[in-house]
Design a protein around this ligand. Structure first.
Ligand SMILES: [Zn+2]
Length: 424
């Protein structure tokens, strides 16, 4: 064990010795709660782009912890900045725990932001939870209520200069007008719609922000012949958009309604990074910008692109787009269940925060890490690598040798950097 342990004490005393020579700050000033930053907000200037560059050979999504660091850089006042960094109990060290079911290590005694729009680490945890809620709900709806399900998608036309906040307001208004319309209610009744679950997705592409809704329509029975209402529903949707001040979507693209197999596919892929959507940086890194991309970028695509921050369509910078997204999305729910529906289908009400913290259940404590050790991991962006090392060492009953080796390596790297700064 290390952290508050022998290994780390050796390290700490070694650090002091060398530190005295190199004149580095004592550990108390190198604290994760107060990491010194360079003019770009990067911790200590140690952060290098090399960790975060795209490979021309294809697309490599960066680790969520690296993307989380990038979100902190773009939104320095957002609570994501404390996520998996700041301690809950400051009198104790940070811990590494191991979730026995998932066979994965995670940080403990650290705050979690629970921001699914902004933080890819929390988002993964939350959407996994939401996905299993959705599939449990549909399963129960089919088995116990002998019901069916349809997937309705609502989109509208938008342009590159339309701010996301305006688009979101318009979409919300148009949706309320649509579902509140007498004729829509009649059609929904005719096809047996009893409940709805509304999902919000946002992409950005050649035509700017593209917020849209996917709605699961839970029906009394398996519906046949719903397609005959499609055109009428599409016209009603177009009218709702126009009344909400949005540009008219086309008859072809504004509204889409599909059968239960599509609804099930939507649920099974809910919140997963779409491999097709994630096909983009190749074009960007190769400079084939004009080619465009049909699917558009997800906000987390933009977050990753913001590291290199090359201009996209219309000269828009990924960093600015992500910041705009973060501001506009505040307070929006990703999923809205019909009133009483969760209770009906025996789905426990859980907040995003609760889901983000769920990993702590059924976990065993493996080790602790001192503030100094954790700061090294943060500064060198190795929090996730360390977790993998601890998990692997534990599984191989290896006495945390690779985890300790990583801390050692970072410690000496830090000293070297300090020494070279002294020589400059
Ligand atoms: Zn978070």
């Amino acid at each position: 064990m290390y952290g508050n342990n022998k290994q780390c004490q050796i390290k700490e005393s070694g650090r002091e010795e060398r530190g005295a020579k190199a004149g580095i700050h004592p550990a108390s000033t190198l604290s994760c709660e107060n990491i010194p930053q360079d003019e770009f907000g990067r911790p200590l200037g140690i952060f290098t782009k090399s960790q975060a560059t795209f490979k021309n050979t294809g697309v490599e999504r960066l680790h969520n912890f690296i993307l989380q660091d990038q979100a902190c850089k773009l939104l320095p006042k957002h609570r994501v900045c404390n996520c998996l960094k700041k301690r809950i109990d400051k009198t104790k060290d940070r811990l590494v725990k191991y979730n026995v079911d998932r066979k994965k290590a995670h940080w403990s005694n650290v705050q979690r932001c629970g921001c699914l729009w902004i933080d890819p680490v929390c988002a993964k945890q939350i959407t996994e939870g939401r996905r299993s809620e959705l599939s449990a709900a549909l399963e129960r709806w089919k088995k116990e209520f002998l019901g069916g399900c349809l997937l309705l998608t609502l989109t509208f036309s938008h342009s590159l200069d339309m701010p996301l906040s305006a688009s979101l307001l318009g979409l919300r208004d148009a949706y309320a007008r649509f579902v509140g319309h007498r004729r829509v209610k009649e059609i929904f009744k005719a096809i047996g719609v009893e409940n709805k679950i509304k999902g919000l997705e946002i992409l950005w592409g050649q035509n700017g922000w593209h917020p849209h809704n996917h709605i699961l329509l839970l029906t009394k029975y398996t519906v046949l012949g719903f397609e005959s209402y499609r055109d009428e529903l599409a016209r009603l949707w177009i009218n709702s958009c126009l009344k909400a001040g949005l540009r008219s979507p086309s008859m072809e693209h504004g509204l889409d309604i599909r059968d239960g197999s599509h609804a099930e596919e939507y649920i099974s892929k809910y919140g997963l990074p779409d491999q097709n959507k994630w096909g983009l940086p190749e074009e960007i890194t190769k400079g084939h910008m004009k080619k465009g991309r049909n699917g558009g970028f997800t906000p987390f695509d933009l977050l990753q692109l913001s590291i290199e921050d090359k201009p996209l369509y219309g000269g828009k910078l990924p960093s600015k787009l992500f910041q705009e997204f973060a501001f506009a999305i505040k307070g929006s729910s990703q999923l809205v269940w019909g009133r009483g529906l969760k209770k009906l289908l025996c789905i426990e009400e859980k907040t995003d925060q609760e889901l983000a913290e769920e990993t702590e259940k059924n976990a065993i404590e493996l080790t602790s890490v001192t503030n100094y050790g954790f700061t090294l991991l943060t500064v060198f962006q190795k929090r996730h690598v360390f977790l993998d090392c601890v998990a692997r060492d534990y599984e191989q009953k290896d006495g945390f040798s690779s985890a300790n080796a990583l801390l050692d390596e970072l410690h000496f790297k830090y000293l070297e950097i300090q020494q070279s700064k002294q020589l400059e």
